[in-house]
Design a protein around this ligand. Structure first.
Ligand code: HAM
Length: 423
């Protein structure tokens, strides 16, 4: 069939858009409760904003091309580099800590699968200019509170948190992973949870293929769950422990699990990292984020610590459907106007225009139809009432207001109806 959407891109029919809008409304509501301001940036960016910063995987997934002016450009695959540039450009003027959120549509040429598309909308919440774990706790709390706002509890979703400083200290100390090898090794370990074979394949690319460290590192990953308590006593664990203590004060600790197997795939994370999952773990992460203290320095040459997360609409939407949280497309009509005969059409059109000016939402048939047909359309639209206008009504300066649920009807003076009063 011609004219189908591209693979991985969605058409939003009204029911689907209703779900998306409901998600956006909750996102904005929770962001507001945490004192975040909304911003946006351009969907098309210079290619170099991503190369060398976001990491290999996301760069391979870019929708990149040369524009007509010969510039190398890319559709944004994530918001964080744009945010870093925007904040970097006005760093002096902005009051720190900056609390900003955005809901961009993002584009990644991914292998399409459940919960993974080639476009998605992603809530981004970031705190900039605060290096301490209180900011990390605030960001994590917001992510959990979004789940709570959708009616999901600690039995439904789990927040798994780790700290790259702890994991990288282990990898460097035990296996002599160098600074140069570290981003690749972490990108590989990020795959371990879903598919250890993918992790193995990536490690074989970033380390020499026969390197005995590969097996040892993968074994270390598989033992991380049991070894968590010991690692939390290590010197580097202080920020993580403080962050968790804060979440405990906020009464959110029951959502939280320390899990050092969470390392995150993107290259720029430098500290605490976390992901929110459905408790059954049948879906991919609902949200992921962490601390990235060097990115603004790389993008804009200004030293500003940051922590934030991205939460996509795709996995969240699937989870809400699984939990039976269906959203109906809202019907916004206040009334459907019915013209009894041809000579009633002009007065109906005039009445519709007057009501719309007053902010009342109305519809009427766009070509001559029997009353029965017009009432059928009114019912299909979910209008609560019909306003019927015929020669007798016009003479008496009234309209018949018919309740479309009960079928009851009464005459109401046109002077009232014109003001949007239907009783
Ligand atoms: P990310 O882990 O790449 O992080 O994406 C965050 C979330 O966006 C994922 O957990 C998932 O829900 C959703 N998502 C990502 N890719 C897709 C896709 N292809 N289809 C559907 N949903 C997807 C980032 O993007 C970071 N920039 C987040 C961040 C903000 N870190 C700090 N601040």
């Amino acid at each position: 069939m011609q004219g189908q959407a591209l693979p991985g891109f969605r058409d939003f029919y009204p029911e689907e858009l209703a779900l998306r809008n409901a998600i956006f409304t909750t996102w904005r509501d929770v962001a507001r409760r945490y004192g975040f301001q909304e911003y946006d940036g351009p969907p098309l960016e210079p290619l170099e904003l991503y190369t060398g910063k976001s990491g290999e995987e996301i760069v391979q997934q870019l929708y990149a091309f040369e524009d007509k002016g010969g510039r190398k450009v890319a559709l944004r695959p994530e918001m964080t580099p744009t945010l870093a540039r925007m904040v970097g450009a006005r760093a002096q003027a902005l009051k720190k800590p900056i609390r900003w959120f955005s809901i961009p549509q993002l584009f990644r040429y991914e292998r399409q699968q459940r919960g993974r598309l080639r476009e998605h909308f992603q809530l981004n919440m970031d705190i900039i200019g605060e290096p301490g774990p209180a900011a990390d706790a605030e960001i994590i709390a917001a992510a959990i509170d979004i789940a709570r706002a959708f009616g999901l509890g600690p039995k439904d979703v789990r927040l798994r948190v780790s700290d790259r400083r702890i994991v990288t200290a282990q990898l460097a100390g035990r296996y002599q992973v160098t600074d140069g090898e570290m981003p690749g090794v972490l990108a590989g370990l990020d795959k371990w949870d879903r598919n250890p074979a993918d992790a193995d394949a990536i490690l074989r690319k970033v380390l020499p293929a026969n390197d005995p460290r590969i097996g040892a590192i993968l074994e270390f990953m598989s033992g991380l769950r049991e070894g968590a308590a010991e690692l939390r006593r290590s010197e580097q664990a202080e920020p993580l422990n403080e962050c968790i203590a804060r979440l405990d004060e906020m009464k959110l600790a029951e959502f939280v699990e320390v899990d050092f197997r969470i390392v995150r795939g993107l290259a720029y994370y430098t500290g605490i990292v976390f992901e929110l999952f459905d408790a059954k773990s049948s879906l991919r992460a609902i949200c992921g984020g962490g601390r990235y203290d060097d990115l603004i320095e790389q993008v804009a040459g200004i030293d500003l610590p940051c922590v934030g997360f991205g939460m996509g609409d795709v996995v969240l939407g699937e989870l809400l459907k699984e939990h039976g949280k269906q959203v109906k497309a809202p019907t916004e009509l206040d009334a459907f106007l019915v013209a009894v005969g041809g000579e009633d059409v002009a007065p109906v059109v005039q009445l519709a225009a007057e009501l719309r000016t007053r902010g009342v939402s109305v519809e009427y048939a766009l070509h001559g139809q029997p009353i029965r047909k017009q009432l059928e359309l009114a019912a299909a639209r979910g209008a609560p009432r019909a306003l019927i206008l015929g020669p007798d009504e016009r003479k008496a300066k009234v309209a018949i207001v018919r309740d479309l649920k009960t079928g009851r009807q009464k005459k109401v003076p046109l002077t009232k109806v014109r003001k949007g009063i239907f009783k």
